[in-house]
Design a protein around this ligand. Structure first.
Ligand code: KIV
Length: 294
């Protein structure tokens, strides 16, 4: 197994600059892959940022991998903003994108702009992401018009799981693929600075990436997108319910946490913890004075 040294040295950090939507565009032009991961808390964001991730998405996957909901539909604005604030406190350089939860942008354009604004004003995010194609054009144009960068999301859009009939690959027929291409072009025209493509055939994602001037970020969309994103709890092997085919597990945190918690329980139950090195002492004379008093 290759050992990769963490890229978190002070020298490395000193040369870094804040990643912006412009940096995304430059990376696409240069052909440099964009790296993105999800985070929902301060320590995770801090570590990712230190090792040089380009972008952190506070995804509404929060609902499933952190809050234990069945899907992303119950996630609220309050939950999203709470976790965005924690991530923003941990990350200095990465472009931070907050995922707009179900029903925060679908009802009226005014709601969509106000809620998008909360991600920047209250959540400390740099941009927002929302799901959907032509049906979201009005909301996207209005949010972009308010000066808020928008990342689009096409293909498998989990907030529409009930309409899609499950977590299925999208764009597998010529007609569906054509609709996806049209939507991608429309989102670019509406002002999106980048576009997540989730669970679509690799050659369709490649075609869309070639046709668009804005960068595409793939998840289950092959290797020809301009960047890649994964849900961090999948990558770390921490989400127990299911692992999509497109995930590579870089660690087995579930087993590692099980081991650590079990060892702790055993140590406490058998007197192995705390040991002397975990214990505070009191000067003998103070102790004796106390004993005399009582
Ligand atoms: O919510 C999320 O984490 C996402 C990614 C899967 C792109 O939308």
């Amino acid at each position: 197994m290759t050992t990769i040294s963490p890229r978190s040295s002070e020298a490395h950090i000193a040369t870094r600059k804040k990643i912006t939507t412009k940096s995304f565009q430059q990376k696409k032009i240069k052909g440099d892959p964009i790296t993105m991961l999800t985070a929902y808390d301060y320590p995770t964001a801090l570590i990712m940022d230190n090792v040089g991730i380009d972008s952190i998405l506070v995804g509404d996957s929060l609902g499933m991998v952190v809050l234990g909901y069945e899907n992303t539909i119950p996630v609220t604005m309050e939950e999203m903003i709470h976790h965005c604030r924690a991530v923003a406190r941990g990350a200095r350089f990465a472009l931070l994108t907050g995922d707009m939860p179900f029903m925060s942008y679908q009802v009226t354009v005014e709601d969509a702009v106000l809620n998008a604004g909360k991600f920047l004003k209250e959540g400390g995010m740099d941009a927002v992401k929302l799901e959907g194609g032509h049906e979201r054009e009005g909301a996207i144009r209005a949010i972009v018009g308010a000066g808020i960068p928008v990342m689009g999301h096409l293909g498998l859009t989990p907030q529409s799981v009930n309409q899609l009939g499950g977590y299925r690959t999208q764009g597998k027929t010529a007609a569906a693929a054509k609709r996806l291409i049209d939507d991608a072009l429309l989102l670019q025209d509406a002002g999106c600075f980048s576009l997540v493509l989730e669970s679509v055939p690799a050659r369709l994602a490649e075609l869309i990436s070639q046709r668009l001037e804005i960068p595409t970020i793939g998840i289950g969309a092959g290797d020809a997108c301009d960047g890649q994103v994964l849900v961090t709890h999948d990558l770390l092997g921490l989400f127990d319910r299911f692992t999509p085919k497109f995930v590579r597990k870089y660690a087995d945190f579930h087993s590692e946490m099980e081991r650590a918690f079990s060892e702790y329980i055993l140590d406490v139950e058998t007197g192995g913890f705390p040991a002397s090195e975990h214990t505070y002492e009191m000067p003998d004379d103070e102790w004796e004075a106390l004993i005399d008093q009582i």
